[in-house]
Design a protein around this ligand. Sequence first.
Ligand code: NAD
Length: 337
Amino acid sequence: MIRVGVNGYGTIGKRVADAVRLQPDMQLTGVAKTRPNYEAATALQNGYALYSAIPERSHLFAEAGMELAGDVDDLVRASDVIVDATPSGVGAENADRYRAHDTPAILQGGESADCVDASFVAGVNYDEAAGADLLRVVSCNTTGLSRLLDPLDREYGIEKVRVTLVRRGGDPGQTDRGPINDILPDPVTVPSHHGPDVNTILPEVDIDTVGLTVPATLMHVHSVNVTLDTAPTRSALADLFGRQSRIFLVDETLDIDGTADLKEFAADSGRPRGDLWENCLWQESIAVEGTDLYLMQSIHQEADVVPENIDAIRALGGERTADESMALTNEYLGVGM
Ligand code: NAD
């Protein structure tokens, strides 16, 4: 059993904690919270041991009637691996704490690639994670692009990638984010940082990215153009994407016309929180002009990194192969539409 602690129990952390609990070879040691809010209350309802992320604030939990199992150092001591899902920049600050305990940790995409030993997407570079002290599961967008581009590069060779990322303004619970009535070039400078981040996973791929942010909360949408070394057919592409366990090829027969329907489909299918762990690739959007491929995919920003975090936990130990780990994660989480 791999004992896993989760430090930072927000959008990503609570999903990772739930996913860890489902794995047959993992035990959730507990979750660390900075304050006794509704998420701390539901962690306790779920039976998760609750730890204080900031020891000086531990008394607040007692005052709110919430029982603590200890503070964050106790959580690290009790764990073989820590998943740090704190806000951008905090993970890097926490790294010294994990080093002091000699406990490997997995940071998230908000952290810089420079502060970790390796960046990670399970289907692409699983083997590079073995023995790392600090690993980074890359952002939702980088995860989605890497999952898409790696099989294309292996099958046809990639000459050039151009992506426009239409980004959600904030997650559904983020009432302080926006815009609420605008379309922002974000960043206004070209290229955006997403391309270089993809290169932390696929260093050889020539990629330029452009970003916009829109008043939406449900998912991101990527408009992708790839110039390949050899010309594919539409049906061969559909076959290739259909074989990827973390790509959901959205078939026209489902009559799903946008991200709202996708989320509704996930909720109706019984997915926890309506989560979509797969890239949602619009099959009808696949178009080929010689060696030029065009397509669109939607990425559920709150969810696609969750199976990657589970595989990252196993990859650190180096005891299972990528295929074994991904198969276990897919089976016990329920990945695959
Ligand atoms: P979030 O704000 O929803 O959750 C972060 C949690 O960490 C909050 O509960 C916060 O109270 C807590 N926290 C703050 N300081 C802490 C500390 N010192 N110790 C312990 N906990 C602390 O953030 P999120 O969206 O879950 O993002 C977490 C990380 O995941 C970031 O690096 C982010 O870039 C990355 N990420 C986010 C998304 C997304 O769309 N939400 C997608 C992929 C990756």
